[in-house]
Design a protein around this ligand. Structure first.
Ligand SMILES: Nc1nc2c(ncn2[C@@H]2O[C@H](COP(=O)(O)OP(=O)(O)OP(=O)(O)O)[C@@H](O)[C@H]2O)c(=O)[nH]1
Ligand SMILES: [Mg+2]
Length: 326
């Protein structure tokens, strides 16, 4: 089995797009070989620049991503794009849109574009996305763009994953106000007024600047940049690139890059551990321990805290030996 995985990782590292696609499918499906894949990739990962893009459905994320890929390629980067779909695995409208709008780079060997859903992954996208980023990095991408629709937990997950998070807001529809309500300003390193060719773009720009001026920031903290872009016309893309570079320089100057990466790794490890733990508690639920304890709690013979302690103690007793690193 590990021969398979090593061969697959080697092919991905040599730039075989089918091997990359296969590895990302293993991630999506939460394949049992995933720990082996991660072990094989580990020496080659952890350094890529990860840029997150989030915002309401249809705000212009894929169109801007397409333009950013163009700019990054012109600068000689190898670029990975993950379009993460947090909605049900049975929809897929967004995924189709991404395919259409990122077609410009379909024949460029220096670009990998991949849509991803959480499909069978128990830990959901919080676990799957960082693993997919590792695959792309293992395949030689030094920049990875992660697009996620800004719904629910998804945008927080993308911000936790990224070095730099772009939040897109389109003019009109009080989107700017909604963004603040959703607490989205807190996760944005760069705010992009998308579709800036439309009426109301300047008002949205001013609204966002005004909100940032009101927000409290400790001295020495990054002040989110606000930029306007009409990606569909290729306008303002340079400003977005410049804002990303400025944030990156700031992270470096303030020694923030490494702590951010360590926080990212901590979140990644924690999610994997929690998923494993949930899986094991699920196993207990199907076994005898939980029903027995539950009957005692229901009958008032045991309190729920004592029952939870007993359950956790049972987990420890049933714990497999820790694996020694290869
Ligand atoms: N006027 C104008 N329309 C734009 C611009 N950028 C994108 N659009 C249009 O907005 C629509 C949605 O664009 P996408 O880039 O697919 O938006 P998205 O945020 O990726 O959408 P989802 O992934 O479905 O959430 C498309 O019809 C685009 O052509 C822009 O700069 N100006
Ligand atoms: Mg999209």
């Amino acid at each position: 089995m590990s021969h398979d995985v090593d061969a697959l990782v080697e092919r991905a590292r040599a730039g075989d797009p089918r091997a990359v696609a296969r590895l990302i499918s293993l991630v999506e499906d939460d394949d049992e070989r995933l720990p082996e894949v991660a072990a094989a990739l580990a020496p080659h990962t952890g350094q890529a620049q990860v840029i997150g893009l989030t915002g309401s459905p249809g705000v212009g994320k894929s169109t801007l991503t397409n333009e950013l890929v163009r700019a990054l390629r012109a600068d000689g980067h190898r670029v990975g794009v993950l379009a993460v779909d947090p909605s049900s695995p049975f929809t897929g409208g967004a995924i189709l849109g991404d395919r259409v709008r990122m077609q410009d780079h379909a024949t460029d060997a220096g670009v990998y574009i991949r849509s991803m859903s959480s499909r069978g992954h128990l830990g959901g996208l919080a676990v799957a996305t960082p693993q997919a980023v590792r695959v792309l990095e293992g395949a030689g991408c030094d920049v990875v763009l992660v697009e996620t629709v800004g719904v629910g937990q998804a945008e927080v997950d993308v911000a936790r994953l990224a070095d730099t998070t772009l939040v897109l807001v389109a003019p009109g529809m009080g989107d700017g106000i909604q963004a603040v309500k959703a607490g989205i300003l807190e996760i944005a390193d760069v705010l992009v007024v998308s579709k800036a060719d439309r009426d109301g773009a300047d008002a949205t720009y001013r609204d966002l600047q005004g909100m940032l001026a009101l927000g409290e920031r400790a001295p020495g903290q990054w002040r989110p940049q606000v930029v306007r872009a009409a990606a569909v016309r290729g306008e303002g893309v340079d400003d977005v690139v410049a804002a990303i570079a400025k944030h990156r320089a700031w992270l470096n100057e303030h020694g923030e890059l490494q702590p951010r990466r360590e926080r990212r790794a901590a979140a990644e490890v924690e999610e994997i551990a929690l998923t494993a733990l949930r899986g094991r508690i699920g196993t207990l639920r199907d076994g005898e321990a939980l029903p027995t304890l539950a009957a005692q709690v229901a009958a008032g013979r045991l309190d729920p805290y004592a029952a939870a302690s007993a359950l956790l103690a049972g987990l420890d007793a049933a714990a497999p030996e820790p694996q020694t690193p290869r």
